[in-house]
Design a protein around this ligand. Structure first.
Ligand code: NAD
Length: 347
């Protein structure tokens, strides 16, 4: 199957699973819409006959993720840094989905200020747009707001154990501030806000560059190239990986239901595995000869990461459906096809 087919089938599946949940005839502003998750959301919404305004500055997103939508009548692309003011005076906007933020650990070292700005100033600007249009706003927060959690599986009521001055602080604390800003706009201005705490999500359209980048694309790239698979620490740290189609369905459910104002909901897959197990599964699926190499642990790397998804199951009528092996097979297939035509990232 080609990489395009993998994505097309995934979009079909999301639309099918959403059933009556449709954004038809609504106008949805998606900040970070050229990124991994944002571009899948754009695809699903265009398929549902929504009007999509995709705002992105290509900080970590790729033009190729949305190139196929550029000439679609229901799709508008705005190249803009979300932390700078922008107004949409001439459009009607029904829903704002604020995803714009670099999210890879490599980028916490390189671009900490931009990450803080996208999640604080950028959230403030996204909230201002929602307020002006009386639109609903969904903020994509992260499991990182829990830091190194003392309760696992972690429920939304856990307040976190974050190091504000560590390398990850720029991301974790900026997301926490973004959440607080959403709640402030709800309390002071009556805005309809929703907060998704996203747990590790993987799938086609993740970027593969960066040695310290996200673990799934890094392992897949290394395995496909028969290079050593780099595990930081002893590999016994756990993560729970959600396939992109499940994640996008969960996010759209959270944006859609009417009675979820002010709700904070974990969206992820509670199937917890060690990073070493992940490396072994990917090596097998990719038919790779890679050895597994261990490096010193990354600072403040959480020991366990697993969501309690009781709330999502109840309020969103959602649960993850794609098993890890199936999701990884699709992802490996996608990367294999993309790499066979790969000429390098444009920057
Ligand atoms: N994928 C995950 O596992 C995961 C987990 C937790 C939270 N999240 C959150 O979900 C959102 C989307 O993540 P993703 O995995 O798609 O990452 P991504 O890096 O692929 O997408 C982020 C997008 O935001 C854009 N962007 C960044 N800064 C911007 C700015 N200042 N102005 C305009 N656009 C900007 C990037 O160019 C990119 O297209 C992020 O907010 C991230 O923190 C993702």
């Amino acid at each position: 199957m080609s990489s395009k087919d993998v994505v097309r089938e995934g979009v079909d599946e999301i639309v099918r699973n959403l059933g009556e949940i449709s954004f038809e005839d609504q106008t949805v502003l998606i900040t970070g819409g050229a990124g991994f998750l944002g571009s899948w959301i754009c695809d699903v919404l265009v398929r549902q006959n929504a009007s999509v305004i995709c705002l992105d500055n290509f900080a970590s997103g790729l033009e190729s993720n949305v190139a196929h939508l550029m000439n679609h009548e229901n799709f508008t692309f705005v190249r803009h840094d979300v932390s700078q003011p922008i107004y949409f005076d001439d459009e009607r906007i029904d829903v704002v989905m604020h995803l714009a933020s670099r999210a890879s650990p490599l980028e916490f070292n390189k671009f900490p200020i931009q990450i803080i700005k996208a999640n604080t100033l950028g959230t403030w600007i996204a909230l201002g747009i929602a307020k002006k249009h009386n639109a609903r706003l969904l903020f994509t927060s992260t499991s990182e707001v829990y830091g190194n959690p003392e309760i696992v599986p972690t429920p939304e009521t856990y307040n976190g154990n974050v190091n504000p001055v560590g390398i990850r602080g720029c991301y974790d604390e900026a997301k926490r501030a973004g959440e607080a800003m959403c709640m402030a706009y709800m309390r002071q201005h009556g805005l309809d806000v929703r907060i998704a705490r996203i747990f590790n999500t993987y799938g086609p359209r993740m970027r593969a560059d960066g040695v310290y980048g996200r673990v799934v694309p890094r392992f897949i790239t290394q395995a496909l190239n028969n290079e050593p698979i780099t595990v930081f620490g002893d590999g016994k740290q756990t993560r729970s990986f959600c396939y992109v189609t499940d994640q996008v369905e969960g996010l759209l459910r959270l944006a859609w239901f009417d009675d979820l104002r002010g709700e904070v909901i974990n969206i992820g897959n509670p199937n917890e595995i060690t990073v070493l197990e992940l490396a072994e599964i990917i090596r097998r699926i990719a038919n790779s000869n890679s050895e597994i190499k261990f490096y010193p642990p990354m600072p403040d790397d959480p020991k366990r990461r697993c969501p309690d998804i009781t709330k999502a199951k109840t309020l969103l009528r959602w649960r993850p459906k794609v098993g890890l092996e199936d999701g990884l097979r699709n992802t490996v297939e996608w990367f294999r096809d993309v790499f066979s035509n790969f000429t390098g990232y444009s920057k």
